[in-house]
Design a protein around this ligand. Structure first.
Ligand code: G3P
Length: 224
């Protein structure tokens, strides 16, 4: 089973900046940083790039996974197939790709049976409470209104992080809490860690930065 200490999870989403070969380029920059500072960096590319990125020496996860069967399930992204393409886990229930909570539960179990990690996203405290009962490997709190805005959750809404940590540790103490939304610099990361987050989920702050290498180095350098 894969375990990560204070990971920096970079979700490439479907931004134009990572189209074509750029998914591979950004992952290669992340790999260079990780080799330099030994920090744990995970990349979540579009599903179509998983196999190409799995060639490099960095953990790759899917941005989404469906609770659909192995077999005749056209167009669905399923755990067994992404694993065969080199993914070591998946984000589940991202605020841009919500699924029913019963499906989240099934997927956490299914990924664990496959020795894959689950990063389950929650929009608010109510969802944190509901989803942490499924004991995913990671619970990521991401207030949707701050996503992509450049105003960090750790500064704009610090109590959502401390409250989430409290709720998660009460319900499932083994679950690690990530936070994301609006994180753009190392002070945002430092603040998130001070508030109890055990890793970061980020997208536009890296993907849309002028230098992928410099930004990933800056953000990861303050992780433990
Ligand atoms: O999955 C990461 C995410 O939704 C946060 O996005 O652009 O605010 O870092 P962003």
């Amino acid at each position: 089973m894969f375990t990560f200490v204070n990971p920096l999870v970079i979700n490439l989403k479907n931004y134009d900046e990572i189209s074509g070969e750029n998914s591979l380029k950004i992952a290669q920059e992340a790999m260079k940083v990780s080799q330099l500072n030994r920090k744990e960096i995970i990349i979540a590319p579009p599903t179509s790039s998983i196999m190409a990125l799995a060639e490099i020496n960095l953990p790759i996860i899917s941005q989404h996974v469906d609770d659909a069967a192995l077999g005749a399930t056209t167009g669905f992204t399923i755990p067994e197939i992404i694993k065969s393409h080199g993914a070591i886990g998946s984000i589940i229930n991202h605020s841009e790709h919500k699924i029913e909570h019963a499906r989240v539960s099934n997927l956490v179990i299914r990924l664990r049976e496959l020795d894959m990690i689950s990063i389950v996203c929650a929009d608010d405290l109510q969802e944190v409470e509901a989803l942490s009962q499924f004991s995913p490997d990671y619970l990521a709190i991401e207030p949707p209104e701050l996503i992509g805005k450049g105003i960090a959750v750790s500064k704009a809404n610090p109590s959502i992080i401390t409250d989430s940590v409290q709720v998660v540790k009460r319900i499932s103490p083994m679950v690690k809490v990530l936070c994301g939304a609006g994180i753009v610099d190392k002070t945002d990361v430092q603040k998130a860690l001070q508030l109890g987050a055990e890793g970061i989920l980020i997208s536009s702050g890296v993907v849309k930065s002028g230098s992928w290498y410099d930004k990933i180095l800056e953000l990861s350098s303050v992780l433990k």
